[in-house]
Design a protein around this ligand. Sequence first.
Ligand SMILES: [Mg+2]
Length: 386
Amino acid sequence: MLSRTTATATASASLSVSSLTSTNPSRFLSHLSPNCSRFSGLKKLSYTFPNPVSNFVSVRWNRSKNINYKAKRNNCDRSRMENFTTRAFAEPLKNPGELIDSVETFIFDCDGVIWKGDKLIDGVPETLDMLRSKGKRLVFVTNNSTKSRKQYGKKFETLGLNVSEEEIFASSFAAAAYLKSINFPKDKKVYVIGEDGILKELELAGFEYLGGPEDGGKKIELKPGFLMEHDKDVGAVVVGFDRYFNYYKIQYGTLCIRENPGCLFIATNRDAVTHLTDAQEWAGGGSMVGAVSGSTQREPLVVGKPSTFMMDYLANKFGILKSQICMVGDRLDTDILFGQNGGCKTLLVLSGVTTLPMLQNPNNSIQPDFYTNKISDFLPLKAATV
Ligand SMILES: [Mg+2]
């Protein structure tokens, strides 16, 4: 088992790990007060030494929100506490059955978890079947906005997976769902910097749009006095990954955001890189969003991971408690953060972009609850040996 404790706790009494991974601060604090013995055995925290003036211990809860809490020291033995400096690190998944039993819903990222490019990852169909047979709800969430839910459904089908459209949540869908959730006026239009998936979802939601692939071939010929006209009825600019990104689109989106009163700036995601081929990393949706953010000096509203919009949407739609969800993904800064921001359990799989050395790098501050090689480690007799 991995142990990366930075210093040794001197006390030996124990608290369960689950009690320390709660996202509820009051629940956490209840373990720290009123007497010091309850600090004993904590392995998932870093905190500073007791402040001799305030008589408070500043505890860093190194979990989802990296919030600092203060707990009164009360009758603690300071000498014991000064040796108690530990940090949170993910644990290898040793008991998949326990994790499966502890939640009712699994949210899976797709690329790097279910498939890699167009290739299914080993053991995925059996794993999904096993989870369904145990009555678990399965949801698939992807930041890739180039496809609609329907188009993703086809991809699952092509790979031989029985997944319905209602179980798929792409950031293209999230953009349309967000506009619906705020009752975006139907007489306003949406300018799209992105690919077909966003257009399809906007259409399904009944919104009028312009831009998208159609503007991919447009060029600007700068002549003295040239002025680009733009539609004053555009009330939102949605930016997602776009292989046909160009200066025309940047200028059009910028004009809408800067000049149309109240125009929204929505990003499907801000992923730095994406995996168009397995040979290298490619500039992701964050590069397109960054360009428009740079010219407008505005920060977008992000609807994809790690923003909690989709998590809130899912919890409402299915009527599920977020504490009953396990988020499974291959990226720390989107998937795992998404799960942690939503207050879910988190499992990192090493079948995608994150390697064990990356997870264990001292500079990495995002630690899932568990990690394992791939989701088929859920299957009996295939327990993780990472
Ligand atoms: Mg992924």
